[in-house]
Design a binder for this molecule. Structure first.
Ligand SMILES: N[C@@H](CCC(=O)N[C@@H](CS)C(=O)NCC(=O)O)C(=O)O
Length: 245
């Protein structure tokens, strides 16, 4: 069972469930953590942050970056989504649960390379296309297109007829790229640019459909309309904060 609590309701660092996630439902960084826990079959308590009003628990748990997501495992906080994914994979490792990272060191290195590439290129361009951060919209659109073209090629080369980047099941890179899909779809509505074009990206769009349908993903991937609404709300919150400073 998944419990939903407000951060203020969480007692302290040592309280609550064994596994807690401080996050925001719409955050692609947080979605990664939810998907990884679901893939491993780990029950968790979801502590939803209020946008624009960071909880004491978040500030205490991630005092350096003050960002979500944070995984709290038996009271111990772990920050940074990609580090959290690796932690989850190491802690819940047995023959009965799927592995997130592949066994082969070279495959692992490739997946980490592409995961970092995705966060360096897609995440910053996406917030420009969403109007959350100021920047050159055409340049941002071109950056996303180039990144997706590289991923299309990488999937065709690495996937070798497999369903996912991770092979027959989703893995590290699937989770990292897949977490961006909701916002990429929302960007198409918000900015009016086609980013997931199936004629240009046949492998990637087919992979995206499989990813969305996966049992660990379907319940935590927000609907595009909700993300579009959330984006407008986020922009309002940021504007109000900027004008009050
Ligand atoms: N590199 C971090 C990025 C996390 C991040 O940027 N989180 C955003 C929400 S999507 C956040 O907490 N922003 C609040 C802020 O920047 O103050 C990760 O992978 O976890």
């Amino acid at each position: 069972m998944v419990y939903i609590l407000k951060p203020e309701m969480a007692s302290n660092d040592g309280g609550g469930a064994a596994v807690r996630v401080i996050g925001v439902w719409a955050s692609h960084f947080a979605i990664r953590v939810y998907v990884a826990l679901k893939l491993k079959g780990v029950e968790y308590e979801s502590l939803e942050e209020v946008v624009g009003n960071k909880s004491e628990l978040l500030l205490k748990s991630n005092p350096v970056h003050k960002k979500i997501p944070v995984l709290i495992h038996h009271g111990k906080p772990i920050a940074e989504s990609m580090i959290i994914l690796q932690y989850i994979d190491e802690v819940w490792a047995s023959d009965d649960v799927p592995a997130i990272l592949q066994a082969d060191p070279y495959e692992r290195a490739l997946q980490r390379f592409w995961a970092q590439y995705v966060d360096d290129k897609i995440a910053p361009a996406s917030v420009i296309l969403r109007g959350v951060v100021k920047g050159d919209v055409d340049e941002a659109a071109a950056q996303v297109t180039t990144a997706l073209e590289h991923l299309e090629e990488a999937f065709a080369k690495r996937g070798q007829g497999k369903s996912y980047f991770g092979g027959e099941d989703i893995g590290y890179l699937d989770i990292v790229i897949g977490s961006h899909l909701g916002w990429l779809k929302a960007v198409e509505t918000i900015a009016g640019v086609k980013v997931l074009d199936e004629t240009k990206l046949p492998e990637l769009t087919a992979w995206a459909q499989r990813f969305y349908a996966h049992h660990a993903v379907r319940d935590v991937m927000p609907e595009t309309d909700r993300l579009v609404q959330f984006n407008a709300y986020l922009i309002d919150v940021l504007r109000a904060k900027a004008s009050s400073n």
